[in-house]
Design a protein around this ligand. Structure first.
Ligand code: NOJ
Length: 492
């Protein structure tokens, strides 16, 4: 039977992001974002996919929230499109009432169904206007002031109803994929033959700093001006795999695994949660290419108290040290990443995308490591997978998603073990994703949804896993009485 380790008030539901589902890119005054531009480049860098219509959620959110309700979800994580709210993006640019009104309706539609909104302020869709004006995230000073302003507009308008804020989604991906490998918008890179501009040795580190300070300023604005009246909580969603040494008997691989995680997570988590400089191994490898925090910037970091660690977790890998000096375009800490260890043992069964193997045991280690290092309550703000072969399946085949059901089950067990055996404070689980949607530069092939999206008719069909998550969670919740007794004992 299941380990009853989830607290009675454990939060759960599903997640999405604006650009991946909304469509309606030119409607009601929305300004373009860098993903609109990137998806329309020729030759295509997104498998000819764009999000002009996407899932048409902009017009179908009522229907989608009926599904959420049917699935029993307590919470729903969505993102706000910056360029719907401020079409040009900047702190002196006009605010778009029609954009605000859309999210008013969306939030009210959730609340009317008893579903708690979780709003992400930035899920990769930077206003194109800011990219054109000063290079977007490359201008550390400008962009943090604009982001803080945008955040404040959102708190002021939605904060009476939104009590759970996520500032930025996966700053690592924004920095490395957007400015290092160039596979994501704005697609800058000096290692990617498709890219025309960039500096992969420097730009990711500059962008990372801009994202960290933007987060800190948005948090400080919330804490100083809105928290007392709105009583909400605020965090950031960090991605990052767990790494085991490729050769468990080789200390250099042990060090490589730890270094890899510092380059993935410590890069952001040290300044944000520990309020310190970047990890020492990053300073050592990157030298003057890793920007410094001035005293004034350190004060910004120190004054920003972030409530929770939002964890986006999908998979884990093995890390093998590389002999010799790292390339100046390296962003991994001079390690190779492998799906097999030295003996050929696989890290886990492969899903419907090559980069994602199901690795629940390492998820438990990851949760426990992150809780011990950063000491914050954890909400899993994304977890999920496409089933093997699902990109080629018919709707009838896709809804029978046994691989996804097992993936959810196994990852929920890992959460229970991390809580019950390792003492981690884990408070919620938001599965990625409510529906199949645009998987960024991989286009519409990979299907991460618990709802099948027919991209021709835009019809939605629940997959089996969507209807099962509620009972999977309920089976793992402590009966309220037992939990209360434990609390009393704890207090005694
Ligand atoms: C993380 C991103 O936040 C989300 O947008 C993406 O679709 C999923 N990972 C799956 O790759």
């Amino acid at each position: 039977m299941f380990l009853p380790a989830l607290p009675p008030n454990f939060d759960w539901g599903f997640a999405t992001a604006a650009y991946q589902i909304e469509g309606a890119v030119a409607e009601d005054g929305r300004g373009p974002c860098i993903w609109d531009t990137f998806c329309h480049l020729e030759p295509s860098r997104t498998k000819n996919a764009h999000a002009d219509v996407a899932c048409d959620h902009y017009h179908r959110y009522e229907e989608d929230f009926d599904l959420l309700q049917q699935y029993g979800a307590k919470s729903y994580r969505f993102s706000i499109s910056w360029s719907r709210i401020i079409p040009l993006g900047g702190r002196s640019d006009p605010v778009n009432e029609a954009g605000l009104a859309f999210y008013d309706r969306l939030i009210d539609a959730l609340l009317a169904r008893g579903i708690t909104p979780w709003a992400t302020l930035f899920h990769w869709d930077l206003p194109q206007g800011l990219n054109d004006r000063y290079g977007g995230w490359l201008d550390v000073g400008e962009v943090q002031a604009d982001f803080e302003h945008y955040a404040r507009v959102c708190y002021a308008r939605f904060g009476d109803r939104v009590k759970n804020w996520i500032t930025i989604n996966e700053p690592w991906i924004v920095s490395v994929f957007g400015y290092g490998t160039g596979v994501n918008a704005p697609g800058r890179s000096t290692t990617n033959p498709d890219a025309t501009h960039g500096d992969s040795a420097r730009e990711p580190w500059t962008v990372g700093k801009a994202l960290i300070l933007s987060h800190a300023r948005a948090v400080t604005a919330y804490n100083r001006e809105f928290r007392a009246t709105q009583q909400g909580t605020i965090g950031i969603s960090l991605n990052g795999d767990y790494y085991e040494p490729w050769d468990a008997d080789d200390d250099r691989d042990g060090a490589a695994a730890e270094r890899r995680m510092q380059f993935h997570i410590g890069w952001f988590a040290n300044p944000i949660f520990l309020k310190t400089d970047y990890p020492a191994c990053m300073r050592e490898q990157l030298g003057e290419r890793l920007p410094k925090f001035t005293d004034a910037e350190m004060n910004v970091l120190r004054s920003a108290d972030t409530d929770f660690y939002g964890m986006n977790y999908y998979t884990s890998q093995f890390a093998r040290h590389i002999e010799g000096e790292p390339l100046d375009t390296d962003f991994k800490g001079n390690v190779d990443e492998l799906p097999h260890d030295k003996s050929g043992r696989s890290v886990g069964p492969v899903s419907g995308v090559a980069w994602l193997r199901s690795t629940p045991d390492l998820f438990r280690k990851h949760l426990t490591r992150v809780f011990r290092l950063y000491g914050k309550p954890i909400y899993i703000t994304e977890n999920g997978c496409p089933c093997p072969g699902e990109d080629q399946m018919t709707r009838e085949e896709s809804v029978q998603d046994t691989f996804r059901q097992k993936y959810f089950n196994d990852h929920l067990d890992a959460i229970c073990l991390s809580i019950a055996e390792d003492g981690s404070d884990i408070r919620g689980y938001l599965a990625w994703s409510l529906m199949d949607n645009l998987e960024w530069s991989d286009g519409y092939g990979p299907r991460f949804g618990v709802t099948f999206t027919d991209y021709d008719s835009l019809e939605r069909t629940p997959k089996q896993s969507a209807l099962m998550l509620q009972s999977m969670i309920a089976a793992r919740k402590k009966p309220v009485l037992q939990h209360q007794e434990e609390q009393v004992q704890h207090r005694l």
